[in-house]
Design a protein around this ligand. Structure first.
Ligand code: CAA
Length: 247
């Protein structure tokens, strides 16, 4: 297999990090994007990975902004080559009941979780189509599939992500480019630690698997979809949620 180049947005977050590690270990050349405000901590993590024998190119840019995203993608392609694989994993929460939700809470979540998927895919896809090869995986959420109390912003953005996946899958299927969604359930990460403890505990109890998921269990699903051999899977939504939501 030729060496493929992968970009992971939110690549220094809890799930993104493990996706990067698994891709490097599988032989990909990997770029991790992070929010510019997180660049210092992200650089320390990338140094640590390099010491462990996992080289990762770090490219901080705000995926919510169209122009800086286009520039960031150009920098990555100059540094490590044309992007064959894109994992849109950048995401935030700003939970609140709708009646208390501010426009800032709504906008920041929609910009970071949904507009970003347009911004990054729009920058990367033309090259994939030209080269007749590409794998895009969008990280959505079980809460985009079922809705969650306190997450009108997040659930709307994450449901939108899979609508995007299905539409673009139709546009790219004949050109060797697949695009799929992975919908994680509750995964051990800072996002679920932001949920008040009693609410978090009652969610854990309602998960048939009886536990939260691990970031590596999401990375494994991503790995499956970005394989060269996965060319006939497109427009799919792969749930990885311990049975929390089915259908
Ligand atoms: N279902 C039903 N009622 C609920 C509820 C729930 N899940 N959560 C809170 N309530 C009720 C309370 O019982 C209370 O009712 P009363 O007023 O009648 O006593 C009322 O709502 C409290 O409302 P407040 O707005 O004052 O609530 P709050 O400030 O205490 O917290 C919240 C509200 C922040 C939305 C909180 O409920 C919460 O964090 N919920 C969970 C959100 C969640 O699951 N986020 C997922 C984060 S992880 C992630 O997003 C990753 C992923 O992809 C899965």
């Amino acid at each position: 297999m030729q060496t493929r180049v992968a970009l992971v947005t939110g690549g220094t977050g809890a799930i993104g990090r493990v996706i990067c590690q698994q891709l490097v270990e599988a032989g990909f050349r990997v770029a991790a994007n992070c929010y510019p405000g997180d660049a210092e901590a992200a650089a320390a993590w990338v140094d640590e990975e390099a010491r462990e024998g996992r080289p990762i190119h770090l490219e901080p840019f705000d995926v919510a902004d169209f122009e800086t995203t286009a520039a960031g993608v150009r920098n990555i392609e100059t540094a490590i080559g044309p992007i064959d694989v894109l994992i849109n994993a950048a995401g935030i929460t700003r939970d609140s009941r709708l009646v208390k939700m501010s426009p800032e809470q709504w906008n920041s979540v929609v910009h970071t979780n949904l507009d970003s998927v347009f911004n990054v895919t729009r920058a990367v896809l033309p090259g994939m189509l030209e080269r007749n090869y590409g794998r895009v995986v969008n990280i959505s959420s079980v809460n985009g599939q079922r809705g969650q109390f306190g997450q009108a912003n997040y659930s709307a953005a994450k449901a939108g992500v899979h609508g995007f996946t299905m539409a673009v899958a139709r546009e790219t299927a004949r050109k060797g480019v697949t695009i799929n969604t992975v919908s994680p359930g509750y995964i051990e990460s800072p996002l679920i630690m932001a949920v008040p403890e009693p609410v978090r505990e009652s969610i854990r109890e309602s998960i048939p698997a009886g536990r939260f998921g691990q970031p590596g269990e999401i990375a494994r699903a991503v790995q499956f979809l970005v394989d060269d051999q996965a060319g006939y899977i497109t427009g799919a939504d792969l749930s990885v949620n311990g049975g929390y939501h089915m259908g």
